[in-house]
Design a protein around this ligand. Sequence first.
Ligand code: NAP
Length: 428
Amino acid sequence: MLQHVAIVGSGPSGLFCADALIRQNPALKIDVIDRLPTPYGLVRFGVAPDHQGTKAVTRQFDRLFTNPNIRFLGRLEVGTDLPLSVLQAHYDAVVLAVGAHQDRPLGIPGADLAGVYGSMAFVGWYNGHPDFADLNPQLSNSIAIIGQGNVAVDIARLLAKTPAELAASDLCAHAAAAIQAAGITDIYMIGRRGPIEASFTSAELAELGKLERLRPVLRKSDLPDSIPAGLDPNEAKVKERNLQLLHEYAGRTDEKPVMLHFLFHSAPLELVGNGRVEGLRVAGGTKPLTVGTVISAIGYHTAPKGDLPAAASNGRLPNSDGLIAPGLYVVGWAKRGPSGTIPTNRSEAKAVADRLLADFASDAAPAKPGSAGLDAWLKQQGIAVLDFAAWKHIEAAEIAAARPGAPREKLARWADLLAIQAQQQAQQ
Ligand code: NAP
């Protein structure tokens, strides 16, 4: 019978799944486990630091952890510290909400030159992910971003915003200082296909047109007059608005300190440089673009560790509508790939939660030991986890360290995060 559920990953898909499960079965006991001492995954480390409205969903997640039946176990990596097989022995059902943490490889010559970064590391650096806080990227005044999705747009916007435009963000101080010091004048956003195929959405594209010191630069001759017939109506609406915005941008002539060049039909071919990147050769270009920094924002793979199921060649965990094997489920980017907005995860995670509950509706097997069994195992192994109270200590320290007007200054380094753990243990 279903009594104990473990959810691996405390990002939006994992927590929307917990929410859907507990609403329908309030007696369930759910343990949410995360490799990091801080919850909220993509919301904390992926959503742009100047999109605080999107991050407000964490208030709902905070409320979830006030339910005594839901625990947070931070700094515990399933697959390695805690084998999945052990977790499965203790919980009736396990849901993997492990996200997609590895950059898709660029696969062109020169991709390993210094000065070339994947968006996972680069976004993690400015968003205070402890694995990337010391990335210290070399930022030149001329930067290429490969890809034309919303991650590419987020990066371009953050590279161009003024300190005043960033005042209410939680962009990490180390990143804000490095970006302002770089004296950025040119950003190239490289698409291998055309303006209609670009995957950014209209609200995000529109933001680029409103920035104080950035001007979008593109040629009218690169733009079709209208969108092709036959698109799905929702897609057509976005594409039509995108095209309208791009036409408007192509007509701009004002001088701004940062030029954002949209390059379409310009597949990246080669990165050139002597040890560090100095140029990017693209299809159709006569000579390499002069750039000293390249950020590839071309999507992500799921990269499971230890005894977690391996990802398929499409970068996802093989599953059938969220089911991997009896009692083992997957939600979010690990299930469907890196796509959609935060609310996409809500509906999808609910569908998997519904399925899980239905699968166990007539299950007569005795319930497994759940938290009590896991706690005993952790104690035996000498593993101390960080609980939700420890996260609240971290959060309080972040809020106290915020510059005026900002919501927080993230504790971005492992040493600082673990110092909180040591403090908490000393108090116990
Ligand atoms: P994405 O939307 O899939 O965009 C990836 C981009 O990389 C596409 O332009 C793609 O072009 C390009 N690309 C892929 N492989 C390439 C290659 N080998 N060479 C050159 N270009 C290549 O992914 P994303 O930007 O990483 O975003 C992930 C998801 O998060 C998306 O659903 C996005 O909308 C969402 N997100 C939303 C927001 C927001 O709502 N504000 C913010 C950030 C992210 P092709 O189309 O030609 O493959």
